[in-house]
Ligand binder design. Sequence first.
Ligand SMILES: Cc1cc2nc3c(=O)[nH]c(=O)nc-3n(C[C@H](O)[C@H](O)[C@H](O)COP(=O)(O)O)c2cc1C
Length: 234
Amino acid sequence: MASKVLNIVLALLVLFLVYQRSVVKNEKPEESNEVALKTEMIPDSLKTKVSLGKKNLMFPKPAVVIGSYDKDGVPNIMTAAWTGVVNSHPLKMAVSMRPATLSYHNLTLNKAFTINVPSTEWVGVADYVGRYSGHDMQKFEKLGLTPLQGDSVYAPYIKEFPIAIECKITEIIDLGSHRQFIGEVLDTKVTKAFLKGKKNVDVEKLDPLILANGYYGLGNYVAKPGQALKMYED
Ligand SMILES: Cc1cc2nc3c(=O)[nH]c(=O)nc-3n(C[C@H](O)[C@H](O)[C@H](O)COP(=O)(O)O)c2cc1C
C-alpha cells in the first residue's frame, strides 16, 4: 500500500516537473536573426536626418572610360561610374556593366579591359561614349581617338588620355542588373607630362573627372593622410 502511494507521488512529481519545463520554455523569447531596431529610444532632438530609402548617394563616383575589343577585334570604349579599387595585394579593380552594353560582351569574351582615367578636358568624350554604343558605331573613329594595344592584356587603351590601367579579369560576379568584372592590374601607363617625380602622378595637373550629380573636377586639397587625424590624438 505504502509503495503504491509512493509511486503515485513520484508520478505526480514527474508530471509537475514536465509542466514546469514547458512553461519555462514557452516564456523564452522566439529566436530571431533580426536585430531589434530601437529607434524610438532616440530623442527627437538627435534625429536630424531624413530617411530617403534606398538611394545611390555615394559621393563622389569615378567617371572613367573602359577599353575592350569586340569579337572581331574592333576596339570599343564606354564610360563607367560603377568602378573602383577592390583589393590591394594583388592590386585589383572592378567595373560593373549591364548586359545591354557591347562592353559587357567584350569583357566576358576576352577576360581583359583597360581603365582610362580622363582629365576634365575629356568630359565631352566621357559623356559621348557613355551615351552611344559600340553596337551602333565605332567610337574611336567617330571621336578621332587613337586605340593602342595594351602590353599586358588583350584590350585597347586611349593614347590621348593621361592614365591607362591594364586589367586581366580574374573573377566575374552576376549581381542583378549588372555583371561585375574584377581584374588584376598588370600595368599602369601615365603620360609623361602628368608625372611628378619618377613614379607619382601630379593629381592637380591631372584634374581627374569626377561624377556627383553632374561632372566635376578635383576640387581643393584638404589635408595629408595621417595629419588630419592629429586633432583627435592626445
Ligand atoms: C557618367 C556615366 C557613367 C556610366 N556608368 C556606367 C556603368 O558603370 N556601367 C554601365 O553598364 N553603364 C554605365 N554607363 C552607360 C554606358 O556607358 C553606356 O550604356 C554606353 O553606351 C555603353 O557602351 P557600349 O555599348 O559601347 O559598351 C554610364 C554612362 C555615363 C554617361
